[in-house]
Design a protein around this ligand. Structure first.
Ligand SMILES: [Zn+2]
Length: 510
């Protein structure tokens, strides 16, 4: 084994080898230097460079073209491949996602795989880099299906993006809206560490209003075996009990208890099942329980029921996403009564403190600018913000400015596909108020990204748009890297700044 070269020597030699290095990407670790640089054949594309002694383990671990540099060093130039992403995480372990605990956190879904450097820039601009833990790799199974990406691709794109931007802090990775054991296995294998269990298909929304025989039938039909429980026992635990949720008194009468059990019982059993799958893997994980996509809001009493019953079943949650009051539509600000929301956020936050502690998770959290200060304050920073489609809209903003023809094609698909593609989303947009692709001058196109109806139409038709024009859009974003990064940085600074006064990384009581 050759003596390890000094890190600053390696850096100097790496910079000499790589004039087109992506600034900020160069890192040294364990006697090797690694960076991203422009690929010579196509300068807007990236390749990985590695410089280390001939016999260094990483020289074999990275795949690519190898050549000698002087007497003792080798350089390897390789593609952004799955093997090289894994080798990079081995060399720089901070790039490997891990559970983030109760730290204030934000999830940045990235449907295109090129947004992470912009997300990093947004964290830095908001002054949140040290206090808000990021989850760059985050995609729901529904979105992976629509974008044709695998969990591994989502993970690797985030790894390369964080590396490119010189991010050295902790990162999480959110396998979002998992519904089946198969989903859990696939995302575990890809290295995800935060698992959002979505048992929404098992939530019985009708139970909120049920009574008499109908309610009794629902109770009898619950999977009591899997819940390791009986109705008499459940009654015994709850009725006549007055709970104190951090100063908020809560109690459920017989009807309220029966409705809560009927509404969420099967969902709790499903969560317990997916938790067992995770626990059996022997890997580090944390769980979010999400019921945000159900038809009826989660009342504070129901939330308390869920929290205490999850604890009884031994399902630990790091965050929980209730369905809040009002409308959390995709890609636009909150629609509803902010005073009412403020009151219920306070109640939900108290419950999360008293029966966890865990974070409140804000799903469909993109563009909810009026909600951020309320939830940050109510939770005292014990909160997870989850955004997804809004980054795609910022990518389209780059197209609207720099590639009007491409943007018009995507807008045309939006018009054609909206009524079909909106099916699984909460959306209030009216298609007839969105101008057609031919009716606007080029200069007016970017304005559509500031129009609520157009945003939603473009937001939900992403799968169809990417099927037809994904290649062109990716090409454009790589050529207009700086514009893309700036758009994202500006947008996410606005998302994150309201959380900063409350943000904290330690798990201690805020
Ligand atoms: Zn969600």
């Amino acid at each position: 084994m050759t003596d390890r070269p000094r890190h600053d020597d390696l850096e100097v030699r790496a910079k000499a080898l790589a004039p087109d290095m992506r600034p900020g990407s160069l890192r040294t670790s364990g006697g090797a230097a690694v960076w991203l640089e422009a690929a010579p054949a196509a300068p807007h594309r990236r390749r990985i460079g590695l410089l280390a002694p001939h016999d260094h383990a990483s020289i074999r671990a990275f795949d690519g073209e190898r050549s000698d540099v002087g007497r003792t060093l080798s350089v390897v130039y390789g593609p952004l491949s799955p093997d090289n992403a894994a080798a990079l995480r081995d060399l720089l372990p901070d790039l490997r996602p891990r559970p983030l605990g109760l730290a204030t956190s934000a999830g940045f879904g990235d449907r295109l795989g090129l947004a992470t450097p912009g997300h990093v820039a947004g964290l830095r601009r908001a002054g949140a880099a040290d206090t808000i833990r990021p989850i760059f790799a985050q995609q729901s199974i529904r979105e992976m299906t629509r974008t044709g990406r695998t969990p591994r691709q989502v993970m690797d794109d985030a790894t390369f993006g964080a590396f490119e931007a010189g991010w050295t802090g902790e990162v999480g990775a959110d396998a979002d809206h998992l519904k089946t054991e198969e989903d859990v296995h696939r995302t575990l294998e890809a290295g995800f560490a935060f698992f959002t269990i979505d048992p929404g298909d098992h939530v019985d929304d009708e139970a909120s209003e049920a009574e008499g025989d109908a309610l009794r039938t629902k109770i009898e039909a619950l999977p009591w075996d899997q819940l390791e429980d009986r109705w008499e026992d459940l009654r015994g635990r709850w009725l006549g009990t007055r709970l104190d949720a951090d100063g908020l008194p809560l109690s459920l009468d017989e009807t309220a208890l029966a409705r809560a059990a009927a509404k969420y019982g099967a969902a709790l059993a499903q969560a317990a099942r997916l938790h067992r799958t995770l626990a059996a893997s022997g890997r580090p994980f944390e769980i979010e329980f999400s019921v945000d996509e159900t038809a009826t809001p989660t009342t504070p009493e129901e939330h308390a029921f869920i929290a205490r019953e999850l604890a009884r079943l031994g399902v630990p949650v790091v965050s929980l996403a209730p369905r809040f009051v009002g409308r959390f539509e995709k890609g636009v600000d909150y629609r509803g009564d902010l005073d009412e929301l403020k009151g219920t956020l306070d109640a939900h936050a108290r419950i999360a403190r008293a029966f966890g502690p865990y974070k409140l998770s804000l799903h469909s959290g993109s563009d909810k600018f009026s909600v951020y200060p309320l939830i940050a304050e109510a939770t005292r920073g014990r909160v997870h913000l989850k955004t997804a489609g809004t980054s795609y809209l910022e990518a389209l903003r780059v197209a609207a400015v720099h590639a009007p023809d491409l943007f018009r094609k995507i807008l045309r698909i939006g018009h054609k596909r909206f009524e079909t593609d909106r099916a699984s989303y909460l959306i209030g947009a009216r298609l007839e108020s969105v101008p057609g692709p031919r009716s606007l001058a080029d200069e007016a196109l970017p304005g559509l990204l500031d129009d609520d109806d157009a945003r939603q139409v473009l937001h939900v038709t992403f799968g169809s748009a990417l099927d037809a024009h994904g290649g062109d859009l990716l090409e454009l974003l790589q050529r207009r890297r700086t514009a893309h990064e700036d758009a994202l940085a500006r947008h996410f600074e606005r998302h994150l700044a309201p959380f900063v006064p409350y943000a904290h990384v330690e798990g201690a009581t805020p």
